[in-house]
Every structure is written in structure tokens, then in C-alpha cells.
Design a protein around this ligand. Structure first.
Ligand SMILES: [Zn+2]
Length: 92
């Protein structure tokens, strides 16, 4: 990632939370509610400014609901069932 990367932040909004994150995609839906969008070099941002979850790819709405279900399935499954037997230390 380049230090001279340009990012976008929402400014002038009612919520301060928008200003605590920056966007790497100017068309990000996280910016749509912003009154104004400011383009800034990423280096000028505070270290506390987080990369928006939408354009960073962290936020996956379709996976959110299934996450807990999947975790439960993993807990109930034997490693062998998941094809993970090679990861088990007991088999070494
Ligand atoms: Zn974003």
C-alpha cells in the first residue's frame, strides 16, 4: 500500500463516527450519506482513522448471519469431518 494513497473521508455530517474512518473507494456506500466528501492523502490522517469496513472488504453482509451458524457447525464437527486431520497434533 502506498503512503501517498488518496483516500476519502466524509465531512460535515451530523455523525462524528463517519469522520473516524476513511474510504479508499470514492463511490463507497459508506460515503453516500455524507454531506461532503473530502479527498485527502492518507498520510495526513490520524492513526485513529480506520479504514472503512465496506471498502476495506471487512464487512461482508452475507456472511454475517451465517458466521455463528458456521462456528457452531465447526464446534460440533470432528476435525476429520472437516478434512483437518492433518492439523491435529495427536496424529503426528
Ligand atoms: Zn468505505
Amino acid at each position: 500500500m502506498s503512503e501517498h494513497e488518496t483516500v476519502w473521508i466524509a465531512v460535515g455530517g451530523r455523525s462524528n463516527s463517519a469522520q473516524r474512518s476513511y474510504h479508499t473507494d470514492p463511490n463507497c456506500s459508506g460515503l453516500k450519506s455524507a454531506k461532503r466528501v473530502a479527498e485527502k492523502p492518507r498520510v495526513t490522517l490520524s492513526a485513529r482513522t480506520k479504514h472503512c469496513r465496506l471498502c476495506s472488504g471487512d464487512y461482508r453482509p452475507h456472511a454475517a448471519g451465517d458466521g455463528r451458524k458456521m462456528q457452531k457447525r465447526l464446534l460440533e464437527s470432528k476435525p476429520e469431518d472437516l478434512g483437518l486431520s492433518s492439523l491435529s497434533e495427536d496424529s503426528a
